[in-house]
Design a protein around this ligand. Structure first.
Ligand code: HAM
Length: 426
């Protein structure tokens, strides 16, 4: 029988891959908790309907959906978390303490064409804050995102948080003559701008009422990046004396959280998902070579749309695939993330070998990471090599007595069995 391959766009996590994966998941969790978010999760599949409410055509066309033989309900494997979160919040909205601050780190499936930064199964860190409509809430969520990037060793020169606001972009488009009813289409087109040739973009923009001159005018506004901390240039580009209030207030909060240097304004960012309503943002590697590391924004109407009360919301998702690519490019993927054994235990004589299980279990019961040799050789030199090879801190050598060797310093001493755990934690 030919070998059966894993499905296209999925990954197998062998031990070294899994150690890195765990390292990321732990960092996501650690940063979430210290920023005051509580962990949640939902089912791995939902009814197909859930994604048809407001995620937008882009995501719906990439669903892995199915119906059980003989069943009458269509399901889909989750492609993102926001609809599940909105359903969960809408369901218990009155009972939940406000603001709701939730995080999740699930896996998702999208039937995308696999390519660099895009797989068919990926993990995504979701951070969402509901019940507050203030720019301070937007800034706190962006701060949490930046906190993670810094936690993994990045700085403000390596990644940019590109912030925009759908109402401001909407205003620009309306001023340029895009009719109100064509705005959703305009947002979708803007979101996929980088994937189209300029000619293709101009052609599709024409369908929205933007002639070449207006596309050029729009491009002028979008091409420029405006530093956080000084919005006067942005105001001038828009032909205004003062910057839009929404952005000015957000900027004040980004400064208050001390993350202005990570952020810039980029009105070319609109986000493809249909539920965003106000502030939107994406995190990109500074030179722009990779896909977005993270993306999010305000979705103030979604909870109500799912049958809950009116409840403002803001959040983002960060994928593991692009994040890993960016960290690897920057030399920030350490090779020592796998758990290191505290002790590697072996016997130097056949008589002592019978005592191996008891010694190993004593160490493990004391909470230590203890491994043992399964080999029948009693060659101490070779067994010490095995101990070093697996990264152990100490070798425990069972012979006429019990010897503990510190594999970093080379120091070796005899210890009493009841003091063994203490000797390998020194
Ligand atoms: P999204 O922009 O679709 O937003 O995804 C966010 C991030 O997930 C992307 O920037 C990327 O890093 C990662 N990602 C998305 N699709 C793939 C893929 N096929 N392969 C690898 N990575 C991928 C959302 O999903 C929103 N629900 C985020 C959100 C949460 N908004 C508010 N709260």
């Amino acid at each position: 029988m030919p070998k059966i391959q894993a499905p296209k766009g999925t990954r197998d996590f062998y031990p070294a891959d899994m150690a890195w994966h765990r390292h990321l998941l732990d960092a996501w969790r650690r940063v979430s908790v210290r920023n005051g978010f509580e962990e949640v999760d939902g089912p791995i599949f939902e009814t197909l309907e859930l994604y048809k409410v407001k995620s937008g055509e882009g995501i719906v066309s990439e669903l892995f959906s199915f119906r059980r033989t003989g069943g009458d309900t269509d399901f889909a494997i989750r492609p993102e978390f926001t609809p599940t979160l909105a359903r969960m919040v809408a369901d218990k909205a009155n009972a939940l303490p406000k603001p709701v601050k939730w995080f999740a780190t699930p896996n998702f499936c999208r039937a995308e064409r696999p390519q660099r930064g895009r797989l068919r199964e990926f993990w995504q860190w979701n951070v969402d804050l509901l019940g507050l409509d203030t720019p301070a809430a937007d800034a706190e969520v962006i701060f949490t995102c930046v906190d993670l990037l810094a936690e993994l060793g990045m700085d403000a020169t390596q990644v940019r948080v590109k912030v925009s606001h759908r109402d401001v972009v909407k205003q620009v488009l309306l001023t340029l003559g895009v009719p109100e009813e064509k705005l959703p289409g305009a947002f979708v087109l803007l979101d996929k701008r980088d994937k189209l040739t300029p000619a293709e973009f101009t052609k599709q923009a024409g369908g929205l009422g933007l002639d070449e001159h207006r596309v050029e005018r729009f491009e002028e506004v979008c091409r420029r990046k405006y530093r956080s901390g000084d919005l006067s240039h942005l105001a001038r580009s828009l032909g205004m004396t003062e910057p839009p209030e929404d952005l000015a207030l957000l900027d004040e909060q980004l400064r208050a959280f001390g993350i202005s240097d990570w952020c810039e304004y980029d009105l070319g960012i609109v986000r493809g998902l249909a539920y965003y309503t106000g502030t939107v943002f994406e995190v990109h590697e500074a030179t722009g070579v990779e896909r977005a590391v993270a993306g999010g924004g305000r979705y103030d109407q979604l909870i109500e749309l799912f049958g809950g009360p009116a409840m403002p919301a803001v959040g983002f998702g960060m994928g593991d695939v692009v994040l890993t690519n960016v960290l690897a490019d920057k030399g920030l993927v350490p090779d020592d993330v796998a758990p290191r054994p505290d002790a590697f235990v072996f016997a130097a004589s056949d008589e002592a070998a019978a005592g191996l299980p008891a010694v190993v279990s004593q160490l493990r019961r004391a909470g230590l990471h203890a491994r043992m040799s399964y080999k029948t050789t009693r060659n101490v030199g070779k067994l010490l090599k095995d101990a070093t090879g697996c990264g152990a801190r100490f070798a425990v050598i069972l012979g006429d007595d019990v010897q503990v060797k510190n594999l970093e310093t080379g120091e070796q001493k005899a210890v009493a069995l009841d003091g063994l755990a203490g000797a390998v934690t020194d």
